[in-house]
Design a protein around this ligand. Structure first.
Ligand code: SF4
Length: 459
């Protein structure tokens, strides 16, 4: 009797889709790229070789993938480069992770290599620094928005440049269409930032970003770690880096950098302070055996790694791709922490998607795995409202793509407005956006329906 009852409750065996996240790319996959055909494993993993062979121009790309793409594609790339607000830099690891049989649809190509044919006009309400980081900046290179947290930006370079970068106003070299703002790059500016943090006892949590902590020399990682850990009220540090996603082998071959990070983590732990890495994977295709091996180093040395994904059209905005990414991250001991709505950034309207998409993807992903490995889907409210749970809008006008948020603990009494990309709206709604007086009126109406006065913070 007992056997029969147990069988009745037996869950059927999982199908192959339940194991897809473990299907991580193996072997010397880079040899499929003509330029890397003769490159051995030791050379490909070398972080110096990766940096020296990063692609910065259409000609370098053509030389690297020659024979894999046709002339029309390269012409499209040239057009995309000429119109990009962000400098272009793509590591060999990323080039080797693209499926060059389908470059137009590839999620990694989409993030790093602009194509003129894919570009769309910016949303009429888009501004340069939509998160208003510069307005909340008491000294150069430091943003203090949340009561207990500050963002320290000690450099403006990264191992790659992402088309969708929120800080495209400051990161990388000037381009034909954008002149960049300076972050805190000199020792005096660093000391000014540390002095400000020391003067504000409410600051417990410091994010070290940029730019990207991957590009900080080991001695600077140690100097920043020492300076911040010495401030009694600072309790938590986060080094933000996209490196593990785009050049994971550096963790294996730049042992001085890895040791510096681990040393700050260990020092923090002895002081009862948490030091972690925040990284940025967007596609399950970014994760290979190299990534797994590199992240095993951090796991074995007791370093917590959390991930912040951006929801990007054509990259991860379908539920099964996001589910695969979340499960693969959990599998390699990276906590999937946040999925952000794409910020309102210049020149990348083709990459943004709607808040409704985020709601739908979140609904599908939740329940696929343990809650602690399930990300929170958020919108960083334009105009400086900070991060809001994407579901927590006060009003969503889906017809015109207007989403109204408030942030009682950050900026009480104010409303912040996020806009869906207008090419996703019906033609009559698109026409309304092109009539400034009508557009202003429909935003004010949405804010009023959210329960506030008709005013809102301009992005
Ligand atoms: S690595 Fe980060 S800071 Fe650098 S370009 Fe990409 S998103 Fe921006």
């Amino acid at each position: 009797m007992e056997t029969i009852a147990r069988e009745a409750h037996l869950k059927p065996p999982a199908g192959p889709e339940a194991f897809a996240h473990k299907n991580i790319r193996q072997g010397e996959f880079w040899r499929a790229i003509p330029k890397y055909r003769e490159i051995d494993e030791a050379t490909f993993l070398d972080h110096i070789w990766q940096g020296q062979h990063s692609i910065k121009s259409p000609d370098e790309l053509l030389e690297t993938v020659s024979g894999l793409v046709d002339g029309a594609f390269i012409d499209d790339v040239r057009d995309g480069f000429a119109r990009a607000p962000m400098a272009v830099r793509v590591s060999p690891y990323m080039i080797a992770s693209v499926n060059w049989e389908h470059p137009y649809d590839d999620p990694i190509r989409t993030q790093f290599i602009p194509l003129g044919s894919k570009l769309k006009a910016d949303h009429p309400r888009l501004t340069h620094d939509s998160l208003h980081e510069l307005e909340d900046s008491p000294v150069p290179g430091l943003t203090h928005r949340y009561v207990d947290k500050a963002l320290f930006l000690p450099l403006n370079v990264c191992p790659v440049y992402c088309r969708f970068c929120t800080r495209s106003y400051a990161i990388g070299a000037d381009t034909d269409v954008v002149e960049k703002v300076s972050l805190a790059k000199t020792p005096k500016q660093w000391n000014d930032a540390f002095a400000y943090i020391a003067s504000r006892p409410e600051l417990e949590d410091i994010v070290i970003s940029g730019g990207d902590s991957y590009q900080l020399a080991p001695k600077n990682i140690l100097a920043i770690g020492d300076a911040l850990l010495a401030i009694p009220h600072v309790r938590r540090l986060r080094f933000a880096t996209k490196g593990p996603a785009v050049m994971p082998s550096k963790i294996l071959t730049d042992t001085a950098w890895t040791d510096a990070i681990c040393s700050v983590v260990d020092k923090g732990r002895k002081l009862g302070k948490e030091v972690v890495i925040h990284t940025h994977f967007n596609s399950p295709n970014e994760i290979s055996w190299i990534t797994q091996k590199a992240l095993d180093v951090f796991f074995q040395r007791g370093v917590t790694v959390r991930n912040q994904t951006v929801l990007i059209r054509g990259v991860n905005d379908d539920p099964t791709t996001m589910q695969l990414l979340v499960k693969r991250l959990g599998y390699i001991n990276v906590h999937p922490y946040y999925v952000y709505m794409h910020d309102l950034v210049k020149g990348v309207e083709d990459l943004r998607t709607t808040v409704q998409t985020s709601l739908d993807v979140e609904k599908f992903v939740r329940g696929s795995t343990a809650g602690f490995n399930t990300p929170t889907f958020i919108c960083d409210a334009p105009g400086g409202g900070g991060k809001r749970d994407v579901h927590s809008f006060d009003y969503y006008d889906r017809e015109n793509g207007i989403v109204v948020y408030s942030a009682p603990s950050v900026k009480p009494g104010q409303h912040f407005v996020y806009f869906d990309p207008i090419d996703t709206l019906a033609p009559d709604a698109v026409a309304r956006w092109h009539a400034p007086a009508i557009a202003e009126e429909m935003i004010a109406e949405a804010v009023a329906k959210a329960g506030g006065p008709r005013s809102y913070v301009q992005a």
